[in-house]
Design a protein around this ligand. Structure first.
Ligand code: FAD
Length: 315
């Protein structure tokens, strides 16, 4: 029995979180058929094989370049039938959530989201309360949809080559009741929600005039910049950089928090990060409890030195 994986794309590249979903499905055993919707850059489909996929169904249709939710759900339901898959695996994301809910209705499948470990029989473990606790969920349906949490499963990198098959789903106008007519993307070298490394600053940076230090560190690391809520409220930084419960939720491999206290509302947006590094002059700052590495020192002394060291490494 094959497992179908929805391989989500952004800017014609397959998202790392979707390659984690492929790796997860491969670890479950059996054939892993990934569906890629819309046009992608050369070499992108090969990543599916490297991550453990055995086959790619590529619906190479420009109409599917943007995430039209209804159309995506229809195409995935058709692909599941074509692949003979009773289980669909995907990465938890805002698009993934919207598509999975509709797909579960179309397939009559049980759906569990935010999954952090491989299934044990029909039971899956999911993260709840913004990563503070876990719940074990039993899937009683024959058909299952599992949406995995970003950075929760290891990425497989030693797979083989997946066979690529062109897939022409039967789409109709009814699948495109809503149409994206234009998009305005946040400016910035690296987009925050997709970034693999994020450097964030808080009120400890004292003012917008000091942000050059944060940007320089982010540049050296190829990272996106973020901030705490008060920083965007005071308009030191734009609102789309505000990270947390009421802002952007990030799950990079590395999150560096500079002069941020670590209030629960901020942590809610960053606790899926693989590694958290905290720089704060107060050794009692709550963020240190969530940190993998911490520097209890003045950011104005530490950050420039850190940036210089990274630049030296880059050279
Ligand atoms: C309903 C609600 C929703 C919220 N949502 C969010 C959210 O989504 N995201 C969010 O961030 N907040 C959110 N908040 C606000 C949150 O509670 C905190 O007030 C906020 O995160 C604090 O921001 P901060 O850490 O930058 O500032 P502060 O709490 O002022 O902390 C500044 C930190 O900088 C350190 N510092 C000072 N000087 C230096 C220095 N020279 N070097 C190094 N460290 C230094 C200090 O020790 C301190 O720990 C929300 C609050 C509410 C009530």
């Amino acid at each position: 029995m094959a497992i179908l994986v929805f391989a989500e794309t952004a800017d014609k590249k397959i998202k790392k979180s979707s390659l984690e979903a492929v790796s997860y499905a491969a670890a479950m055993g059996g054939d892993v058929v990934a569906v890629v919707l819309g046009q992608v850059e050369g070499g992108e489909l090969e990543k599916i094989g490297t991550s453990g996929g055995t086959k790619v169904l590529h619906a190479d249709d420009a109409k599917l370049n943007e995430g039209v939710i209804q159309a995506y759900a229809s195409v995935l339901a058709e692909a599941a039938g074509k692949a003979g898959a009773d289980t669909v695996v995907l990465a938890k994301s805002s698009l993934g959530d919207a598509v999975a809910a509709r797909l579960s209705v179309k397939m009559g499948a049980g759906l569990v989201s935010n999954v952090v470990a491989l299934p044990q029989g029909n039971k899956v473990k999911r993260s709840i309360y913004t990563g503070k606790a876990f719940a074990n969920v039993e899937l009683k349906s024959g058909k299952k949809i599992i949406a995995i949490k970003k950075n929760a499963v290891p990425l497989k990198t030693d797979g083989g080559a997946a066979a690529v098959e062109k897939f022409t789903p039967s789409l109709s106008d009814a699948d495109f009741k809503a149409k994206i007519t234009s998009q305005e993307k946040a400016k910035g070298k690296v987009l925050l929600p997709e970034a693999d490394i994020v450097v964030s600053g808080g009120r400890g940076l004292k003012g917008p005039e000091n942000w050059g230090m944060v940007e320089e560190l982010a540049d050296a690391l190829g990272a996106a910049t973020g901030c705490s809520k008060p920083v965007s409220d005071m308009e030191w930084r734009p609102h789309h950089e505000h990270v947390g419960q009421t802002g952007v939720k990030v799950s990079p491999s590395l999150y560096i928090a500079i002069g941020i206290s670590g209030a629960i509302q901020h942590l809610a947006g960053v606790n899926s990060s693989k590694y958290i590094v905290v720089i704060n002059k107060d050794p009692e700052a709550p963020f240190f409890k969530a940190a993998d590495y911490g520097v209890a020192a003045d950011a104005f002394e530490v950050v420039p030195k850190l940036t210089e060291a990274i630049k030296a490494l880059n050279n």
